[in-house]
Write a protein that binds this ligand. Structure first.
Ligand code: CTP
Length: 401
């Protein structure tokens, strides 16, 4: 999101403290954040908090010392997105009825940027027809309204009215800031480990967390693709807005991938599939017995090899991942060739800051023409965007050639 600029408008609700976390998350995405606060917002959180987090002056007084005389015009016209979070009933009413009586409301009136409104208030206030009609008016005028969360509110009641979590607002902001460059593409992504049962309480699996595959699925969805995520068991919540297929074993994953492959433009296999499974799955828990116990394993299908060998029937850009602990490039190149892939993303899973359970990754991308791209240590979200950029470029080159 480098080069994007967001105005965060904070109005006077108890959830204003959550907006401080939102600033941090937006900045982690390399977004420039400028904060404007209403007078009542400053009663909940001080401008200094936002100034320290964003590194930019915070405007909270139309006629105060901060900024220049035309900032209220420029801010909304030069930024890519305005987020009002939290948006109180009062501020929603002002926006709906064209009232400009402070910096933030005049900024909204003069804005050309998209405006994302995140209501946060007591449930009765939120459900009041006046507030609902004001929100409808804003929707009709092209404002994007985020549904408030449900649950216990600061006022002691329960129901809709909670400010969505900062991470949810971030995802929505990313979507609005993205170029939607993958719109019209169908992308199948696999993620996580597979687990192979031994008996009802035990299984064989591996340390894959699914983070890389989920980051790919989230990024592709935000960029407008129609995404199918086939995932083994993980602790992660599926990203919103995609088709999610939960699987357990390698055979389940194979079935789901082959059911969904038709019409896919890009297939990315980030899953760490168990290569073997126990020959027999005991119906009851295996009881403790002799000093040693052997488990006979049989080979699982290699899903990616099967996809690669039938790619002419179902043309798609085929991307594999190679989890290696030694000879990274040589081993990944072998997999690229034997599985008939367009590219393979190789990562050293024995490294502390790149691999299965981390939030960062350092990858080498190897292409079928022999080129190798070396990436620095990046967040898995950034690696996801890079992999999608490269897969998209291969697809476009294929269409031209
Ligand atoms: N893969 C697959 N089906 C399998 C094994 C692997 O589809 N049964 C895919 C993975 O999703 C990944 C790629 O093949 O995209 C490479 O997986 P990896 O585990 O690195 O390699 P393997 O082919 O299993 O070889 P090895 O375990 O010997 O390194």
């Amino acid at each position: 999101m480098n080069g994007k600029e967001v105005i965060l408008g904070v109005t006077g609700g108890i959830a204003a403290y959550k907006s401080a976390e939102l600033v941090r998350l937006l900045m982690e995405d390399d977004i420039l954040v400028k904060v404007a606060m209403t007078k009542s917002a400053t009663k909940f959180v001080t401008p200094l908090t936002f100034e320290a987090l964003s590194g930019e002056s915070v405007i909270h007084d139309m006629f105060g010392q901060e900024g220049t005389a035309i900032d209220h015009i420029q801010w909304g016209q030069e930024s890519d997105l305005i987020i009002i979070a939290p948006a109180t009933a009062n501020f929603i009413g002002k926006m709906a009825h064209g009232i400009g009586d402070d910096f933030l409301s005049t900024c909204v009136l003069a804005a050309t940027a998209k405006i994302l409104v995140c209501p946060s208030m007591n449930t009765r206030m939120f459900e009041n027809p006046a507030v609902q009609e004001n929100l409808d008016l804003l929707k009709k005028r092209g404002f994007i309204i985020m549904e408030p969360g449900q649950g216990a509110l600061a006022c002691g009641t329960e129901g809709p009215g909670r400010l969505p979590e900062p991470d949810e607002i971030l995802q929505q902001a990313r979507k609005l800031l993205s170029d939607q460059d993958l719109s019209g593409l169908k992308i199948l992504i696999t993620a996580g480990p597979t687990t192979e049962p031994i008996d009802p309480v035990r299984y064989i699996s591996n340390r894959s967390s699914g983070k890389m595959g989920y980051a790919l699925a989230r990024a592709a969805t935000l960029r407008g693709a129609d995404v199918i995520l086939v995932s083994g068991p993980t602790d992660l919540n599926p990203p919103p807005g995609l088709n999610f297929c939960q699987v357990i074993t390698a055979e389940d994953m194979r079935r789901s991938v082959f059911e969904n492959r038709s019409g896919c433009d890009i297939i990315i296999k980030a899953a760490a599939v168990s290569d073997y499974r126990p020959r027999d799955h005991a119906a009851q828990k295996i009881k403790k017995g002799p000093e040693s116990l052997s488990l006979e394993l049989v080979k699982n299908p290699d899903i990616l090899t099967e996809l690669g060998s039938t790619i002419e029937e179902f043309p798609a850009v085929l991307v594999g991942f190679a989890a290696e602990t030694e000879d990274l490039v040589a081993n990944a190149e072998k997999k690229l060739k034997s599985k008939n892939l367009d590219m393979i993303v190789a990562n050293d899973v024995s490294s502390k800051d790149a691999g299965f359970e981390t939030d960062t990754n350092r990858v080498k991308i190897i292409y079928s023409d022999g080129r190798v791209d070396d990436s620095p240590l990046m967040t898995k979200d950034k690696v996801a965007d890079l992999v999608l950029d490269r897969a998209k470029a291969i697809r476009e080159a294929g269409l031209e050639g």
